[in-house]
Design a protein around this ligand. Structure first.
Ligand SMILES: Cc1ncc(COP(=O)(O)O)c(C=O)c1O
Length: 435
């Protein structure tokens, strides 16, 4: 037994070591040096953490924007009830059969979103991996926004294996999108894939510009709203630019049922429930149930997770508005503070994803380490998580953060600003022009 284990692990390591340096991207080595990687969290008190080295950290790396991950009192009981009633696990793949928990929740989600039907997936990643290759086949055209999430790219690569053509365009370069659609107008099916809320900038898919192009070219717009669902929603106002109800980017822009959209939402970030869903027509639902691989081969979300999702949908209208306002105020203070210090913050929307431009690896790593040492836990984004020249420090704000956390964060960034000034480092990509 011992010998078998030893040989097995040696072969595993040989597989890794025979991938030559030149074939690896530098992500792992870079992240290791950032200290903001593999942080093992020992204890949690809201957004105040202690890691396994005993370091106290303020958490600016959570995507549970309205703090439902910390709502044990309100949500846990329903998760446990679902597990008691239907079992700890689902026992089988979705296609074979499922509990009423699934059908009831799908009805509730479709109603909440103003759609016809919903179809649950275990998570957003598996929704994309299931849906995109199921729909896009030989001769079809997939166009990816280059800023869209990597999981849609992975899903599109599977579709490309089946003969679909894969193209991409720079975010917001709508002329280039039009040209690709025009050039491949004879493709039987055309799909354009975008994030609802971009995971690095917090900006929203420009649906007012995209939809007329999509309609004109008989295409389908695939929207991954992993960040937007549960947070942004309908009827935005200047006082509440995120909008209301948390019913996602499509309601934020007032989209209609007959718009050419396939909307997919993750529930893990907004509602702290390990699941996802697509808004579909009955015909699409029947098709995907059979042909989206994660539904016929993979276990679905557990009854516990779906119980949490059910309770979270009930809690959302009760606490959502107040918590979104809190997030807006803290995000506003943070962005203003960072901008006053001279930092370039990539946000048009004040969505609580705040990426501070650094623009190169060494300074990114130095800042990441310094911020960790000052007790700030954030997402360090070197190449290839960001394109070269756009390396950034990503901060996320949730309603479980406190105004004093923002003060501490700004203090920590003040010391980064001092460091950068002392060496004449650029604060903005434009500072590099002509240098
Ligand atoms: C835009 C986007 N899509 C998908 C995902 C993956 O979501 P999930 O954890 O539901 O698979 C993420 C995760 O951060 C994301 O930012």
């Amino acid at each position: 037994m011992h010998i078998f284990f030893h040989e097995g692990s040696t072969m595993q390591d040989r597989f890794i070591s025979t991938i030559g340096e030149g074939q690896r991207d530098p992500l792992l080595a870079t992240l290791r040096e950032s200290h903001q990687y593999n942080v093992v969290i020992h204890s949690v008190d809201g957004r105040e953490l202690i890691d396994s080295k005993g370091k106290k950290l303020l958490d600016f790396a959570s995507c549970n924007y309205i703090g439902f991950d910390q709502d044990q009192e309100a949500l846990l009981a329903e998760g446990v009830k679902a597990a008691r009633e239907f079992g700890i696990h689902t026992s089988r793949a979705r296609l074979m059969g499922y509990h009423t928990l699934f059908s009831n929740l799908e009805e509730k989600l479709a109603h909440f979103m103003g759609g016809e039907e919903a179809l649950l997936f275990p998570n957003t990643t598996l929704a994309s991996i299931g849906i995109i290759p199921a729909l896009m086949r030989h001769g079809d055209l997939i166009i990816l926004d280059k800023a869209a999430h990597a999981t849609m790219y992975q899903a599109s690569q599977v579709a490309r294996d089946k003969g679909a053509l894969l193209k991409s365009y720079e975010n917001e370069d709508f002329d280039s999108l039009k040209n690709i659609l025009e050039e491949h107008r004879s493709a039987p099916r055309k799909m354009v894939c975008v994030d609802g809320v971009y995971s690095m900038t917090g900006d929203y898919a420009n649906l007012p510009k995209l939809l007329p192009i999509i309609r004109k070219h008989n295409a389908l717009l695939y929207i991954d709203d992993a960040h937007g669902f549960g947070f942004i929603g309908e009827n935005p106002t200047p006082q509440m630019p995120y909008g209301f109800r948390g019913n996602g980017v499509i309601n934020h822009y007032g989209c209609q049922k007959d718009d050419p959209i396939l909307y997919v939402a993750g529930t893990a970030k907004g509602l702290a429930a390990a699941s996802a869903f697509a808004l579909v027509t009955p015909k699409m639902k029947e098709f995907l149930m059979a042909y989206a691989k994660p539904l016929d081969y993979t276990h679905p979300s557990t009854p516990f997770a779906l119980g949490i999702l059910n309770a979270a949908l009930d809690l959302l209208p009760k606490v959502g508005e107040e918590r979104r306002l809190k997030v807006f105020q803290m995000t506003h203070t943070l962005v203003e503070g960072l901008r006053q210090m001279g930092f370039y913050v990539m946000t048009k929307t004040l969505f609580p994803i705040i990426s501070v431009w650094v623009g190169e690896t060494d300074r990114l790593l130095e800042a990441s380490r310094k911020l960790y040492n000052k007790g700030i836990f954030l997402t360090s984004c070197p190449y290839p998580t960001m394109p070269r020249g756009k390396e950034a420090l990503r901060l996320t704000i949730t309603s479980s953060n406190k105004p004093e956390h923002i003060d501490a964060l700004l203090d920590a960034f003040q010391s980064i600003a001092l460091d950068w000034r002392s060496i004449g480092a650029p604060f903005h990509p434009m500072d590099l022009e002509g240098s």
